[in-house]
Design a protein around this ligand. Structure first.
Ligand SMILES: [Zn+2]
Length: 379
């Protein structure tokens, strides 16, 4: 794991305007340097859950131009395989939400209480869980070397990384033993997370609190939690880059694929949030023209909007351009807006929905434990 210092100067800037200028200078250099490190071996994206999300969060203040009160978003996770600096094949999961437990987030509990059950059954669509997806593509929990989340909103990671003591609430749901600590589902995985994101528990800010499950963190086993202070290159074509604002310790996953460089986070809710001046969404283009804003923030937690704006410019300048016309900012939104709920008839513009690149190795630890003989297959 190699520290990257290209954004060191912009990270030091405390005035948002000067930080933005420093980012504009550094990000193209980062793109060029990063592209030359090499490519990931394989990427897959897997759908977890589709749900309604308030337009006033998804589209920042442009929402006042738009009639639909809700958009529809799909939350996904990524499976990334890459070679580390020693040439060892590594498997990383990006954003593997434990959907069974994410619904306990205070915001979603309150939303659930407001929406009648019949509406919820139509509005919320669950796809496979993380364990079901992994089984489907042929990976075992022991195959996973790293897990990372761009930020920890809604996450309860006790089942993934285990706990130091019994968890009565999980036991009551039949998810854990009543008398034993929770065993980690991923026995070999390290959690890669920014130190500032992790250390905010307990004591998260009131403006953020209802989006986190802060009470669940003190019990999590810490023997496989790796706290990061800097941007890091994990291997050729895979980096984690600080992009705070949406949360204090937010980061973006940056991947170099055969289609070019992708960034991924929840800072924006669809690719055109990174190019609103070209958007076909009624109201959004006019809003961008009127304000001169170059990005549209996912603004459920707006208290650090200037910093989040800067981070989105960082992503916009790091990401390549792709899509049908080769002009779409290649930002893969971890929760991507896919359509409107209720009154708006048109969908968003170009969305990615998936990244499929390379061939997943379904026996990725074979070189480290040669007795296993599962065959290599394309997924
Ligand atoms: Zn979030």
């Amino acid at each position: 794991m190699e520290t990257i210092d290209i954004f060191a100067e912009s990270d030091r800037q405390t005035l948002p305007g000067r930080q933005l200028a420093a980012i504009r200078e550094a990000a193209p250099a980062f793109h060029d340097w990063f592209s030359a490190t090499g490519r990931v071996r394989a990427v897959r994206t897997l759908d977890l859950v589709g749900l309604p999300y308030p337009t006033e969060y998804a589209l920042f203040r442009a929402h006042s131009q738009i009639a639909s009160p809700f958009v529809r978003i799909t939350n996904r996770f990524l499976v990334v395989q890459f070679e580390d600096h020693d040439g060892i094949l590594r498997t990383m999961l990006v954003g593997p939400t434990d959907v069974d437990l994410a619904g306990n987030t205070a915001y979603f509990e309150a939303l659930g209480a407001r929406l009648p059950g019949a509406v919820q059954s139509v509005a919320v669509k669950r796809y496979r869980t993380v364990p079901e997806h992994l089984a489907e593509i042929g990976l075992s929990p022991a195959d996973i070397d790293y897990v990372t989340f761009d930020h920890l909103h809604t996450q309860d990671i006790r089942r993934w990384f285990g706990t130091t003591e019994p968890q009565p609430d999980l036991a009551a749901k039949g998810m854990a033993d009543r008398n034993e600590p929770v065993e980690p589902f991923f026995p070999n995985a390290e959690l890669l997370i920014m130190r500032r994101e992790w250390e905010q528990f307990p004591g998260e800010h009131p403006l953020q609190r209802r989006w986190f499950q802060g009470r669940t963190y003190p019990a999590v086993r810490t023997d496989r939690i790796r706290l990061l202070d800097d941007d890091v290159l994990l291997g050729p074509g895979v980096a984690l880059v600080n992009t705070p604002g949406h949360t204090v310790g937010n980061h973006s996953i940056v991947l170099n694929t055969s289609a070019g460089v992708f960034t991924s986070s929840e800072n924006g809710m669809m690719p055109e949030a990174y190019a609103p001046e070209a958007s076909a969404i009624p109201g959004l283009r006019g809003y961008a023209e009127e304000t001169g804003f170059e990005v549209v923030l996912n603004s459920n937690t707006p208290e650090s909007s200037g910093v989040q704006y800067n981070s989105m410019i960082k992503e916009k300048l790091i990401a390549g351009r792709g899509g049908a016309a080769g002009e779409t900012v290649q930002h893969f939104c971890s929760s991507e807006m896919s359509s409107w709920w209720f009154s708006q008839r048109t969908g968003p513009g170009e969305i990615f929905e998936e990244i499929t690149d390379g061939v997943l190795d379904v026996n990725p630890r074979a070189q480290r434990s040669p007795t296993r003989t599962r065959t290599r297959a394309s997924a």
